[in-house]
Design a protein around this ligand. Structure first.
Ligand SMILES: Cc1cc2nc3c(=O)[nH]c(=O)nc-3n(C[C@H](O)[C@H](O)[C@H](O)COP(=O)(O)O)c2cc1C
Length: 350
């Protein structure tokens, strides 16, 4: 199946099907209410530094799409909204654009003044694959130029590669390849919905990467997405694998608790749905939070719809800051919280 069909499938399926596990792990993190905040709401400062860029509030729209004609509108809508509200954004895997397919669906982002632009390539495509899909230096350069990337996200997606019929499945040598790339320019590493464990963050520290996006379990599951694709193509093996691994992964807050002391800026993502979740993630040690699916419907509609959704999240963050007596993000990072439910069980045992 052609890449452009796959990309369009992902958007269609994520919009129309339930692609997240039923449990909301971020709801298990409860900030402690402060009835006497002694703050003027107008004095609350939500600004955040991430990868040397200034964001108006601690949020990025993480990698979603690119590489088919419909993606231009989506990335354009996200870019316009992020530029206006002063937050960062990523694009989806740039492989298609680098190969010359729908380049404008990525480069449209350069029409807007987005404060932090994150490019995107797959770790598996830094090493030889049976498919022959491998980036060389020129292609990586093109991925950076195509979107004017401030930093390149290298995504780790072994779950997805195992479940999608056209997946690349040689994972041996990814860490060395990432280290090699990190010598040449600014890179970060992101998961795509199954989270980063303590062991993995230990292996990623000290190889020159500049940050990490945990993209933990609890939000978009690529196993689920590929399950629906496999159902449609009557691929029995992949339907079964996708179903079985539907909620595979490390819950996002658990992953965050393991990555927060890595010394790297950490983006908390995977199932973030609102501003309380963002505030909770900051109180747990994240530098900023990331969202993808929760903005997807709006991104297919208009830039105004994206702006409205992001504005709601921004005001929810502001409200959570007031209600925890946090004037700035440093204070929010010290706001007390409790951990409940399944998330606590995970943390107690992992
Ligand atoms: C439709 C869709 C396409 C995605 N494509 C990519 C991609 O190309 N590269 C990548 O690194 N992550 C990709 N992601 C993963 C997101 O960046 C994010 O890590 C993940 O969806 C978890 O966030 P969420 O629960 O808020 O959706 C995609 C997510 C969605 C919903």
């Amino acid at each position: 199946m052609a890449i452009k069909d796959r990309k369009a499938d992902h958007i269609r399926i994520c919009k129309s099907e339930r692609v997240a596990p039923g449990y909301c792990y971020w709801d298990d993190i409860r900030l402690i209410h402060n009835a006497l905040p002694e703050l003027d709401i107008d004095d609350i400062d939500m600004r955040c530094d991430l990868f040397g860029k200034k964001l108006e509030f601690p949020l990025i729209v993480t990698a979603i799409t690119g590489g088919f004609p419909g993606a231009k509108k989506i990335n354009g809508n996200i870019a316009e909204a992020c530029a206006e509200l002063g937050i960062g954004m990523g694009v989806g895997s740039e492989r298609a654009g680098v190969m010359g397919t729908s380049e404008e669906s990525y480069s449209v982002i350069k029409d807007y003044d987005v404060p932090l632009v994150i490019g995107n390539i797959g770790a598996v495509q830094l090493i030889p694959q049976k498919s022959g899909r491998m980036y060389d230096d020129d292609m990586i350069e093109k991925a950076i130029e195509l979107v004017g990337a401030d930093i390149l996200a290298i995504h780790l997606n072994p779950l997805q590669e195992m479940i999608q019929p056209e997946g690349d499945r040689n994972f041996a040598g990814c860490r060395d390849a990432i280290r090699e790339l990190a010598r040449k320019g600014p890179v970060m590493v992101k998961e795509t919905g199954a989270g980063i464990s303590k062991e993995v963050i230990d292996r990623l520290k000290g190889i020159g990467i500049q940050g990490i996006d945990i993209a933990g379990m609890g939000g978009t599951s690529f196993s689920a997405v590929e399950f629906y694709r496999a159902l449609e193509t009557e691929d029995n093996l992949m339907t079964n694998l996708g179903d079985t691994f539907f909620d595979w992964g490390i819950p996002a807050p658990v992953s965050l608790s393991h990555c927060k002391d890595s010394g790297l800026p950490v983006i908390a993502s995977g199932g973030i749905l609102d501003g309380i979740h963002v505030a909770a993630s900051i109180s747990m040690g994240a530098t900023a939070a990331g969202i993808a699916n929760v903005i997807l419907k709006e991104a297919t509609e208009s830039a105004d719809a994206v702006k409205e959704k992001l504005t709601i999240i921004r005001e929810e963050i502001r409200t959570a800051m007031l209600l925890t007596g946090s004037q700035n993000l440093k204070q929010l990072s010290k706001a007390r919280h409790v951990v409940l439910g399944e998330t606590k069980e995970w943390m107690d045992q992992i």
